[in-house]
Design a protein around this ligand. Sequence first.
Ligand SMILES: CC(=O)N[C@H]1[C@@H](OP(=O)(O)OP(=O)(O)OC[C@H]2O[C@@H](n3ccc(=O)[nH]c3=O)[C@H](O)[C@@H]2O)O[C@H](CO)[C@@H](O)[C@@H]1O[C@H](C)C(=O)N[C@@H](C)C(=O)N[C@H](CCC(=O)O)C(=O)O
Ligand SMILES: Nc1ncnc2c1ncn2[C@@H]1O[C@H](COP(=O)(O)OP(=O)(O)OP(=O)(O)O)[C@@H](O)[C@H]1O
Length: 530
Amino acid sequence: MSSGDALSIRPKAPTPVPLASLAERFSLEVHGGASGSSGIDGVSTTGVTLDSRDVRPGDLYLGVPGALRHGAEFARQAAELGAAAVLTDAEGAELAVAALTNSEIALPIVVTSLHPRHIAGEVAAVVYGTDERFDAKTFGITGTNGKTSVVYMLAELLSAAGFTPGLSSTAERRIGDEVITSNLTSPEAPELHGLLARMREAGVDGVALEVSAHAVERHRIDGVHFDVVAFNNFSQDHLDDFGDMETYFAAKLALFAPEHAERGVVVVDSPYGQRIARESQIPVTRLATEFGQEADWHLAITRQTLDGVSFVLQGPAGEHFRGRVPVFGRFMAENAALALIMLHEAGIPIAQVEAGLDGGLIPVYIPGRLEEMTDHSSDNKPRFYVDYGHTPGAFEAMLEALGEVAPTRVIFMFGADGDRDTTKREEMGRIAGSLADTVIICDYHPRSEPPEQIRAQLLAGARSANHATVIEEGDPRRAVRLAISLAGPGDVILYAGPGHEDYQEVAGQMIPYSARDEVRGALREAGLLT
Ligand SMILES: CC(=O)N[C@H]1[C@@H](OP(=O)(O)OP(=O)(O)OC[C@H]2O[C@@H](n3ccc(=O)[nH]c3=O)[C@H](O)[C@@H]2O)O[C@H](CO)[C@@H](O)[C@@H]1O[C@H](C)C(=O)N[C@@H](C)C(=O)N[C@H](CCC(=O)O)C(=O)O
Ligand SMILES: Nc1ncnc2c1ncn2[C@@H]1O[C@H](COP(=O)(O)OP(=O)(O)OP(=O)(O)O)[C@@H](O)[C@H]1O
């Protein structure tokens, strides 16, 4: 269950780093504190974490102040798990001393005058050796929808070009063939550098990282030097955290700066993309998917069906690529094109990628993104897709894409996150009600909100469209079976939200629930899957 309770990924053979050298490099003061906390001579560290529950012996535990509590309060747990020292701020030093009172464990406490979160990435990069000494080609993608898809496209194309890819996304962290389920989309900086160090040990030489707006704004990518970063699109999401669209946009724009990356690639179909291209502090190249939009690269869709989309990509110096992805939706061609251009900008020629592909087919598999559950072995059966989309922009992109590949009817089922951005719910409902034929509203992650309250907002939006048949069925298990019962030959059922996830968060409980497994089981019950 990806509830974030897994221990973070670490290198298998870290190199100890003397605490004294970190103290000098980051101007850390040794805290005298109460009796028992010892000096730092002879102390070295082999790992970094800001979560006391994640401490391994020899770790430098970062006591970080947060919205709910100060991490230094957990210094005793860190000590009991074998931390070599605590790095925190002045307030945290007092809390750590208090937490360690009457503890037989003497733990050095070093103090920074900065916010501990603001040096976490650089400290972790030094401890793990993932600073400038990490020479893998490193790519980052930000935007509201499609980041995970682009990350998987990047990994597939890197592999075709002869690289050993590693990736970090909302769905998974992948280190060569090793796959770990993710908790946060973008892990905290210490975990990210531990992951990069593990990747280097595994011979990974091409890294694709999903970069959420939170990651940039909350220093989670500090210490990472991206060869190329990209921006794909921007629409409403996460206003619970950023408050307004301009603040959310500024968090993404901040990635296009020399302290983070060398070069950028920007999709300039939208005014937001054009703004990134204009205001970027690093050189950018532009991709347009709409005819007539001024750009360096141009994408044209040549064919699309439910089984995939074919496209042609033209570059500024005559570069030309004819390709296909086995997932429907013109935006999936855009995701592939963006990944191709990112590799090109990092000095990996399109011809080198092409040489590793069979006739331009990019055999990408993106867990829980328009992932087909049926086996479409015969066209007189309905098709069932599970997706991760949970924003108005994603709903519009998916449903418009389905409209272009003309299934007979679209049955669209979804819910909405509790305790997150509530202002996008009516719009999600309205878009669904406008573009689908039948809408089934069910529960997703209610969290601490009453599920019927969330459904009511979605229902209001869906009914305001005065178009689709709108049905309420709170239990997603029953909603899946209802959708299948309503579907006829050639119809498409699209279940948006849960994607790859294997849990449902209800009133503080993480209930095991995999939408993909549930759908496959229901399809077998209905004789639609062997
Ligand atoms: C808004 C946000 O990003 N909050 C993150 C932040 O919380 P915070 O700084 O307020 O920390 P806190 O919960 O008060 O805890 C303070 C400190 O005590 C530590 N602690 C806490 C408990 C304990 O037992 N031991 C311990 O050491 C914590 O690790 C933390 O360092 O640091 C915490 C520790 O790493 C994260 O768990 C928490 O993510 C929360 C769960 C979250 O929901 N984040 C979401 C919004 C997020 O980051 N989403 C983005 C975007 C996804 C997308 O694009 O859709 C993502 O990248 O996932
Ligand atoms: N380029 C795109 N433009 C618009 N919508 C897209 C695009 N790519 C994918 N989508 C839609 O958005 C959904 C989410 O895609 P994906 O998980 O790749 O995005 P994400 O940005 O990683 O989401 P999150 O940040 O929540 O992890 C997809 O399942 C699809 O419906």
